[in-house]
Design a protein around this ligand. Structure first.
Ligand SMILES: [Zn+2]
Length: 415
């Protein structure tokens, strides 16, 4: 058989690694077995890990790279929202597109092949950000599959005109709808409206939720309740949920069971959560990161994602999901191989499940979408921040990052 390319000695298989050759033709994986025979350009991967790419379920391309326009003093959530709201007034479609490009290209080079980007829609920005990201989605389809989640960052029921704009975006190419009840004058009212719109458009939902460390009032139960009523199990995700980190184990267990039972997934955003939470403590500062690994024990689908890049919510960012998994493992004090494997799952297979990506994974007949990492397995990738060496989409190489090389002094020379 003639292949377009053959990748030999690839390590695949997640929790049960196996060494195989990958035969690619016509943009698809046509053979996946050891010692495949056939002709075509070959590359020996020498046992390196091959995955279907990282999956980022929660990033904000539209408001990335704006640190030079903001001046945060306290590092609190309310300040970040206000600073971005002020900067947003000067956004143009071209400006959003140009900044989002920079961030997206970083993510591609970090091995991300699927992404859900949250895009702000309200009467100040109108549909400018949405239109820019919609164009970006098309322009970069050669490298990455992007889902657009439109949402009202500054409230819905308190912001006349926001709902009409959301509906317009839903009619013009948004893939799903999000919400942010904690900035609304009526959080439960917003949750109800978002569910109503989701039903109207048959869209999945992804909320920003319960984003502080005060557990006395939570919206998570209301989201679970509405999910049940709508029959939307498996179609709802919630991001941040930092309040979960402040619960005693009895209440945590009750909510974990409720999330699993209602089919609500959870995304933790460690870079943002660590940066913004606990600012009112001057010592023993809490971590403020939801313990996703404990939710996994109850069967809750969880992902670890990037959220913000170079803005007042998170003034850092290289768009590396393997770095996010490492950060989460460090903060959650996880170090055993099985625990690190769970962290790796939360940036690969589990976010793919959250986004219902049915063609994600390496399989015969599936798309030749893959990323080669400079490591042998998932725990090793998380522990050592393995570098992506190259990626493919539909069998075509989308990026290369050759491994760095030491240039040793010649033998006998002073060191
Ligand atoms: Zn977010």
């Amino acid at each position: 058989m003639a292949f377009d390319s053959i990748l030999r000695n690839a390590c695949i298989g997640g929790r049960e690694p196996q060494l195989v050759d990958i035969g690619i033709a016509g943009g698809r994986i046509v053979e996946l077995a050891s010692g495949i025979t056939g002709s075509g350009p070959e590359q020996d991967l020498a046992g390196r890990l091959v995955i279907a790419g990282f999956v980022d379920t929660h990033i904000h391309l539209d408001k990335s790279c704006i640190l030079d326009r903001c001046k945060s003093q306290q590092g609190m959530l309310a300040e970040a929202i206000a600073e971005v709201a002020a900067a947003k007034r000067a956004f143009t479609e071209h400006d959003v597109y140009e900044r989002a490009c920079r961030t997206l290209e970083k993510a591609i080079l970090q091995g991300t092949t699927r992404m859900r980007t949250h895009v702000e829609v309200d009467p100040r920005i109108g549909l400018k950000g949405f239109r820019a990201i919609r164009r970006l989605k098309q322009d970069y389809a050669w490298a990455i599959d992007i889902e657009i989640c439109v949402f009202p960052q500054e409230g819905l029921l308190n912001d006349p005109g926001a709902e009409d704009l959301l509906i317009e975006a839903c009619e013009q190419g948004a893939d799903l709808i999000g919400g942010c009840p904690y900035t609304d004058s009526d959080p439960h009212g917003q949750i109800a409206r978002i569910f109503a719109l989701a039903r109207q458009f048959d869209f999945d939902i992804d909320f920003h939720l319960d984003f502080d460390l005060e557990p006395s009032r939570m919206d998570i139960e209301e989201v679970c309740r509405q999910t049940k009523i709508a029959g939307w199990g498996g179609r709802v995700a919630v991001g941040h949920v930092t309040k979960l980190s402040a619960l005693d184990s009895e209440r945590f267990t009750a909510i974990a069971k409720r999330l699993a039972d209602s089919g609500v997934a959870v995304t933790v955003l460690p870079a943002t959560d660590l940066f913004l939470m606990g600012r009112n403590h001057d010592h023993n500062v809490p971590r403020g990161v939801a313990p996703a690994h404990r939710l996994l024990d109850y069967g809750v689908v969880c992902s670890i994602a990037s959220n913000n890049v170079l803005n007042p919510f998170t003034p850092f960012g290289d768009c590396s999901l393997v770095r996010m998994a490492n950060l989460y493992a460090n903060v959650a004090q996880l170090g055993r191989p099985s625990e690190l494997a769970s962290c790796f799952d939360m940036v690969t297979a589990l976010p793919a499940k959250l986004m219902k990506l049915r063609d994600y994974g390496l399989a015969v007949g599936g798309p030749a979408d893959l990323v080669v990492l400079d490591c042998q397995d998932g725990p090793g990738a998380v522990a050592e921040l393995a570098r992506p060496l190259f990626g493919m989409k539909n069998g075509r190489r989308t990026f290369v990052c050759p491994p760095p090389r030491l240039l040793h002094a010649p033998c006998g020379e002073a060191r």
